[in-house]
Design a protein around this ligand. Structure first.
Ligand code: SF4
Ligand code: SF4
Length: 432
């Protein structure tokens, strides 16, 4: 796409990057076919091709308005369009640049501006979010039905942490909202990895990955969170941890991007790149240990509970962001679960970070469509891989929704009581 960038941006790093991305777009429109907002609203400007055009106009210095901002705000940043695009257009990067430019030229309404700041300040601070959640849960019975659905009931208690200290060590990201909303998730990850001879530990000084601030156009705040996490992790990285394990794919895709985000910061660029290289979704760790699974020999008949029929919701950040598509479904199937087919699995559930709060009408329609697809084949429960999707789906269904690693941990509990021989290389490492 031919572009003539305006003076204010053409000689900047953002301008050069945007120009390169725009040049790749041939305007074919294939991406519209998989865009959830285009499918729902049917407006060219609510699809990726139209949004690319709006961003191009903004970068060329043409007038932008609240309407421009609305069409960009309605984008879920689900990245389904990137998966579909035959030309490899990096739409999400262009969107970040476009949103930033439009935000500098269009003033938001006071209500919109306040809700964005409030979301950033509350969600990213576990010390504030946790008590507010507890208060909401206490008040839950008194809330109107619509609001009540949005306040999750008390979370499942985490199971006992593993006691063994293995030679193989990995860090886990606790994040901002997950410890309060689903403390059982990271506890289950620690128990599953323990069975594979890996110890999982958190760095208490780490916190929010920065995704919320980044998506609400508070880039400097997001970068501060990233630097804080790098400082918290660095002593452990120097000490030889193998990976930074992330159980929320929304956070995973952000931590994987630290190298890009901090590339312009001479004090952190190299460390950030190292952190990106070490960041792994928990499914990548479990799948990389396939041999270990075989050594542990968990045939389906040894699973503790009866086999379950489950529906897996693949978060956009997992399938379009991290490009991990189909792996978890295969893993669960190979362990004996019946994983039901899910229609339109590439489409977003409408959670999308803070989208469900800021664009409730579109988010609700996407949620209803997604739940209809997930429950079509009568699963006993729904599993997913991202806390935002988990809570959003749970708000609309009586089916249990949880992280797949908890399901796996539950079903291995019986088998794990059998003595399991420690792998030979681990014994050698320990010198026993
Ligand atoms: S982003 Fe890709 S799929 Fe969409 S119009 Fe451009 S080239 Fe075509
Ligand atoms: S990121 Fe998702 S919602 Fe946004 S344009 Fe692409 S497909 Fe549509």
């Amino acid at each position: 796409m031919q572009t003539t960038l305006a003076d204010f941006i053409k000689d900047t790093a953002e301008g050069r990057e945007a120009e390169g991305i725009l040049r790749n777009c041939v305007h074919c429109g294939f991406c519209n076919a998989t865009c959830p907002t285009y499918q729902l609203l049917g407006d060219e400007l609510d699809g990726p091709r139209g949004r690319i055009y709006l961003i191009k106009q903004a970068l060329e210095g043409r007038p932008v308005s609240q309407s421009t901002q609305l069409h960009l705000d309605r984008c879920l940043t689900c990245r389904a369009c990137e998966t579909t695009c035959p030309s490899g257009v990096h739409y999400s990067r262009l969107l970040d640049i476009g949103r930033h430019v439009v935000a500098s030229r269009v003033q938001r309404s006071p209500a919109d501006a306040v809700s964005r700041v409030a979301l950033r300040k509350v969600i990213t601070r576990p010390g504030l979010f946790g008590p507010l959640l507890k208060l909401g849960q206490l008040m839950r019975p008194l809330l109107p039905a619509k609001l009540r659905r949005k306040v999750p009931t008390s979370a499942d208690a985490p199971k006992a942490a593993p006691r063994a200290a293995h030679a193989r060590r990995m860090l886990v990201l606790e994040g901002c909202v997950q410890p309060a909303l689903s403390p059982a998730t990271n506890a289950a990850a620690a128990r599953v990895l323990d069975r594979m001879g890996i110890s999982l530990a958190a760095a208490p000084a780490a916190g929010c990955c920065g995704a919320v601030s980044l998506h609400l156009d508070a880039q400097a705040e997001a970068h501060d969170f990233m630097r804080r996490n790098i400082d918290a992790w660095w002593p452990h990285i120097r000490d030889g941890v193998e990976a930074i394990v992330i159980t929320a794919s929304g956070c995973g895709v952000t931590v994987r991007d630290y190298g890009y985000q901090l590339a312009g910061d001479p004090a952190y660029a190299e460390k950030a790149k190292r952190v990106s290289d070490l960041a792994k979704d928990v499914s990548e760790i479990v799948l990389a240990e396939r041999d270990r699974w075989q050594a542990l020999a968990f045939p389906p008949s040894s699973l503790h509970s009866p086999l379950r029929r489950v529906a897996f919701h693949a978060p956009c950040t997992l399938q379009h962001g991290l490009k991990l598509k189909g792996d978890i479904e295969l893993l669960l199937s190979s362990l004996g679960f019946e994983v039901v087919p899910v229609r339109d699995a590439h489409l977003c559930c409408g959670s999308a970070g803070t989208y469900s709060v800021l664009q409730p009408a579109i988010s609700q329609r996407l949620l209803e469509n997604k739940l209809a697809a997930l429950t079509e084949h009568d699963p006993q429960e729904i599993v997913t891989a991202n806390i935002g999707c988990q809570m959003h789906l749970q708000s609309g269904t009586p089916h249990r929704v949880r992280h797949w690693i908890e399901l796996l941990d539950d079903h291995l509990s019986g088998a794990a009581e059998r003595p399991v021989e420690e792998p030979k290389e681990e014994r050698l490492r320990r010198g026993t």
